[in-house]
Design a protein around this ligand. Sequence first.
Ligand SMILES: [Zn+2]
Length: 252
Amino acid sequence: MNLGEPVPCEILENPRSSNVRLRISKEGILTVVVPRGFRKSRVLEILETKREWIRKHRAGPKKASFAAPGSGRIELAAFGESWEIRFARDSGSSGVLDVDEDAHLLTAEGSWQDEKTLARLRKWLVKRCRTGLGSRLEELSALHGLPYAKMTVKIQKTRWGSCSAKKTVSLNAKLAFLPPSLVDYVLCHELCHTRHLDHSRAFWEYLERILPGSLDLRKALRGCDHLVPGWVHSSTDFSRRSPREYLTFYLR
Ligand SMILES: [Zn+2]
């Protein structure tokens, strides 16, 4: 059965509001502001009637960020891996995730709608990146003679990577969804910071020397946010006010 395109949605309660308001962030997250005590079933009914509005406002280049949820596959382009995800149960999530490394199969309790399940998936993603990005960073570091002290991986909101004065390279787990050429760009960029901490002319020249064509790669990286599927954005990426609940609305 085709459920349709999943749209991540948060429900916010506003005691001062007497009607329901919808908005869509530029990341494509749908926020529904409801009066206090408004039932979830009513929210879904309203979303059904607003289908065309939602479709229209989610159109454009950002649309692809929501390609992965519900599709049953997680494509880690950086590592050339395609993982299948199966949901063992559709409710009562305890955040359990079974990982079959050989078959590239994830079996999770819950669903795309469970914040616990998503948190567990994000943890898995970070772990996969520690080995995947870690081995590539080591290779590039050895190849260019640019040693670093430590590498950390986190899901970050705005930066693909950073490098501290102590030569700790921090990488964003969202890199897993980028093509290998762009991942290499980010890793080389951060490794260059072990020599030049700033973005001086010397830095860019050095980067171009170890990675010819770096300027084009840098430009290409700018339009890449949409490659990251919606579930990777942690709930902190949602509105700063704490939502009453999250749900996924299926746009048919
Ligand atoms: Zn930099």
